[in-house]
Design a protein around this ligand. Structure first.
Ligand SMILES: [Zn+2]
Length: 344
């Protein structure tokens, strides 16, 4: 095949996208937080806000807060935004536009596209949050070197975003990536989906918190870590697990033997659950995000189990990586996707 510009006709030119003066916006609804941001026309971060809220219990309030956050960030920046993308911590049936699941949540039965568009006064594009995390890592994170990878967000639940051939893969109705509800052999914990033995019933933030609390009669020693450029604690190995013992600006360093064992064992369970995904899709990377994706012990436990339970030839070709964008993967993906939508 000819290289670009080598064929007949007018001489070609390499085009580089240049940011116009337009702005885009993204909303990342997690289970217990909202991140909102404004970006330039290419989806590069301009300003960001963070709100702690249970979006499953207070869904109306969360959508109100997100709309207010966007409004305050863009005040003085003109009128309409070129595009807005929102990620939600549940799956949307893309045919009906309705959140339809057995998992009880305030999102259930809603039509987020119309409810958020009404609040923001313009059309909002909706995605699952893990899909946005995958997109963020694909464009500017650990996925840049990979065309086929699985981004797994491990937080209050487990969700996955797939990149196949360099493109997002959402499944037939947009319901793909729910690997958290795959059964892990030998497990019988009751899952919030109503079944037993699901991966996320064995590995998620509340479960790990409970295990850490049992192993620590008193809170682990804490120290204040450096504060990131966005004014929030840097997401790093040993990050707090939803701040059970600590204030928001202090990070407990969970590097004692019991904590390391708990995190490695949780990673091992995750790796066992992801091994069939590796056998099916042969991703060249598993990129772990969410609260647990920053733990080196968790990553190491996952990698060891993937190596043990995947077909050997496949296991040898899969890298298990921490999300480069950390807790901002979903928000970054939302901004970048909004930038792409704004070009259309
Ligand atoms: Zn389940």
């Amino acid at each position: 095949m000819n290289e670009p510009g080598s064929g007949p006709g007018r001489p070609g030119a390499t085009l580089t996208a240049v940011a116009t003066g337009e702005l885009v916006a993204a909303i990342d609804f997690g289970s217990t937080h909202i991140n909102v941001a404004i970006g330039d026309a290419l989806g590069r971060l301009v300003a960001q806000e963070h709100v702690e809220i249970d979006t499953h219990a207070l869904t109306e309030e969360a959508m109100d807060a997100a709309a207010q956050g966007i409004a305050s960030l863009k005040s003085g920046c003109g009128e309409q935004l070129a595009a807005i993308v929102a990620g939600i911590p549940v799956h949307l049936n893309r045919r009906s536009g309705i959140v339809d699941s057995t998992i009880q949540s305030g999102w259930l039965g809603r039509v987020p596209q119309s409810e958020l568009s009404r609040r923001l006064g313009q059309s909002v594009h909706i995605e699952n949050d893990a899909v946005l995390g995958a997109y963020g890592e694909l464009i500017v994170g650990a996925g840049r070197a990979h065309r086929d990878f699985c981004y797994v967000k491990v937080a209050h639940g487990i969700g996955a975003g797939l990149v196949v051939g360099g493109r997002l893969y959402r499944g037939g109705l947009g319901l793909g990536g729910q690997v958290g509800h795959s059964r892990v052999p030998g497990r019988s914990e009751l899952c919030r989906c109503g079944r037993r033995g699901c991966l996320e019933a064995a590995v998620c933030v509340p479960v790990i918190q409970a295990q850490l609390a049992v192993a620590h009669a008193s809170p682990p020693a804490t120290r204040t870590e450096e504060v990131g450029r966005l004014g929030r604690p840097v997401w790093s190995t040993g990050r707090p697990l939803a701040g059970q013992w600590i204030s928001a600006d202090e990070i407990p360093v969970l590097d004692d033997a019991a904590s390391k064992h708990i995190l490695a064992a949780a990673g091992s369970t995750l790796g066992e659950g992801l091994a069939p995904v590796c056998n099916l899709l042969n991703p060249t990377a598993l990129i772990l995000g969410g609260d647990l994706g920053g733990s080196a012990d968790f990553i190491a436990g996952t990698a060891a189990a993937v190596e043990r339970y995947s077909q050997p030839g496949i296991a040898a070709t899969v890298e298990v990586l921490s999300a480069e964008l950390g807790e901002l993967a979903e928000l970054t993906g939302g901004l970048r996707l909004a930038g792409r939508l704004a070009l259309k």
